[in-house]
Write a protein that binds this ligand. Structure first.
Ligand code: ATP
Ligand code: MG
Length: 393
């Protein structure tokens, strides 16, 4: 085991005082959660404004790196070698070993920075810097010192043990999940909504999700695809309680009673109403959708206004200003794209009109919904009652 520990760097500027403790505690909790499924045993703890992950057993380095790179709130993390060195000579030898194991090629400029947290260590930090620097130059002829703009900093911290670290592996940034409340994501099988969930979760928000399923118009495979997407988002967000609503009877009823060019907008209003019901039940504070302005007919400003008026919780649309390509780029980066493009039908495409209204008028839509008054409450109640829950983890 080359690295005995990881030093986690975090710090959203402006997170201060009481919120800072909340942030740190949430981060420790999320790191523990993310490492649960990794091989090996780890201890995660906070010490003097820092978070460490100690590796107690053998572990798979690449796996741990991959897991930590999905924990929001981590700006970067450094693999740390812990050494029992007691003298500058021993520290230098361990640092040489550290450099050869950390870097594939040793041809960069560097600077050594030593901190003596243990003041009874007999040699001053400056002397340790100079001595270790000299030994590194001897050991690796391609290395050069640059005290002003080094390509790599080599940190040596003398505590009860000596901590040697240098390389910073970038983390995903953002805020730890759970530090900013909870939201209900409307998750379809498309490209956009998983990305929207990812982005809100990146701001520290815990997620649950709801999917509107319309069997037999949408297949079991379409549902499985959404479950898979929820599991992919859950790698970042932690477990998601996925609500699967059977929406068929509501859609058929709207199809029967309302003008077909208004189907999409009326369907979306019912989706929002039901999603809000589950949000309240789960004590979520907002809804999240993958809408992007102008992308399709149901995503004009007028449509968004008419959709919003049926719910009182705020609706977060993190992709509102994104181009499709920008959304695709994120989907590829977070690993949802390939699943999202699997060609299963989606419940909106089946009931969609040839020429849907793009500028719905709220009074017209409200009036059309009156046609549903006979049975709709009963159908909504039934859909809520028969909703299936899948724990996506
Ligand atoms: P996506 O790629 O996320 O499916 P889209 O471009 O296909 O989005 P729409 O179908 O208009 O756009 O849906 C807009 C948003 O409404 C989706 O991003 C999602 O949040 C929500 N939504 C649409 N259909 C469903 C569904 N069947 N179940 C849950 N949410 C849905
Ligand atoms: Mg869609």
């Amino acid at each position: 085991m080359t690295f005995h520990s990881f030093l986690v760097k975090y710090g959203e500027i402006g997170v201060k005082g009481k919120n800072r403790k909340l942030f740190e505690d949430a981060l420790v909790k999320q790191i523990r959660r993310s490492l649960k499924s990794a091989e090996g045993e780890f201890e995660v703890y906070k010490e003097q404004g820092r978070i460490y992950v100690d590796c107690l057993t053998d572990y798979d380095y690449d796996e741990v790196v991959e897991h930590l790179q999905r924990v929001f709130g981590i700006v970067g993390f450094c693999p740390v070698m812990k050494s029992e060195a007691e003298t500058p000579e021993q520290i230098a030898e361990d640092t040489i070993r550290f450099i050869s194991q950390t870097y594939d090629t040793q041809d960069f400029t560097f600077k050594v920075e030593t901190r003596r947290a243990r003041k009874d260590f007999p040699v001053p930090s400056m002397e340790v810097n100079a001595y270790v620097g000299g030994r590194l130059l001897e050991a690796f002829p391609q290395l050069r010192v640059d005290v002003h703009h080094p390509q790599q900093m080599i940190y040596i911290e003398i505590r009860d043990q000596v901590y040697i670290y240098s390389k910073i592996i970038p983390g995903p940034g953002g805020m730890p999940v759970g530090s900013n409340g909870k939201a209900m994501l409307l998750l379809s099988g498309g490209i956009d909504s998983p990305v929207a969930g990812y982005m809100i979760c990146k701001r520290g928000v815990k997620l649950d999700a709801v999917y509107f399923h319309a069997p037999p118009y949408t297949s079991e495979q379409a549902k499985e695809k959404v479950v898979d997407l929820a599991r992919m988002v859950a790698k970042y967000s932690g477990p998601i309680d996925l609500h699967i609503v059977n929406f068929t009877d509501i859609q058929l009823y709207i199809y029967e009673k309302c003008p077909h060019d208004e189907l999409t907008i009326i369907m979306r209003r019912y989706m929002m109403r039901i999603a809000e019901h589950f949000a309240n039940e789960a004590r979520a504070h907002a809804l999240v959708t993958g809408e992007s302005l102008g992308q399709v007919a149901s995503q004009t400003i007028q449509s968004l206004v008419v959709t919003n008026e049926v719910c009182s919780l705020p609706v977060f649309r993190p992709l509102i200003g994104f181009d499709k390509q920008e959304i695709v780029d994120v989907a590829q980066r977070i690993g949802t794209f390939e699943t999202s493009i699997l060609p299963y039908e989606d419940c909106c495409t089946i009931f969609v009109a040839k020429h849907p209204v793009t500028k719905p008028n709220r009074n017209v839509i409200r009036k059309s919904e009156l046609n549903l008054s006979e049975k709709i409450n009963e159908l909504v109640a039934e859909a809520i009652r028969t909703t299936e829950h899948i724990w996506a983890d």
